[in-house]
Design a protein around this ligand. Sequence first.
Ligand code: ZN
Length: 278
Amino acid sequence: MPTIDSHTHVFAAAQAEARGELCARDAAFAEMYAHPKAAIATPAELLAAMDAAGVERAVAAGFAFTAAADIGEQNACLLAAMREAPRRIIPLATINLADDSWRRVAEEALAAGARGFGELRPHNQRWDPLGAAGHGLCDLAGAAGAVLLWHVSEPVGHTYPGKHGGISPAELCQLASVHPATRMIAAHLGGGLPFYLQMPEIRAALANVWFDTAAASLLYDEHSVARAVDLAGTGRVLFGSDYPLLSPSRQLQRLRALLPDGIAQAVCGDNAATLFAD
Ligand SMILES: [Zn+2]
């Protein structure tokens, strides 16, 4: 079975070069990428990192831009990357539900091959995930078999660039409860949400929510992924590097060292292969 990185970010080469202009017009982008050492990768660089790590496929997202033109450029890049490497790149399109045209953008992206949407940052883009558009997105994704990748903001702990602006574990729980058939990935171990799977009604409501390991090594102690597997089940945790923030190669090494073999294979590829089966 393949090794799959379920959480990476890429930008068009022209956007990587226009970092300063993007920072000037998009405050959330500036928060995460204004620092010159904050890495920005192109699809070609992602493919090289995948080769170096022995990763066959990667879920590639962009950034939750506000402006329609930036989103358009982002999605064109992601879809072109998929066309050039169709067996390797699984694109998630960027959408902004605060923009009335979001549904058209979403439908066009799915028609062009996007497998879902993300990394969703509703509060950065100033839309309410529990508002009408948020429910509309869940309905659309559920009907299309698309996957929603949410940046889940931990309600506690230290701050870091980009921490806030996603969805809270409580909001995600509420949304998933209303849309139990819509498949969702709660990034960053769901901001602690797996703990509440021990409540029977929450376990039932979150039957189609997966949890990725993106940036877990920056947030939690080294046993956190094993605990998430214990709480959520082997089939519900996905390896995600958050590349280029972290190296897929190093993160894979770490997970394989920390998890028993069978569980590591499920987390590092088999679960995502099932979630993103053609
Ligand atoms: Zn995130």
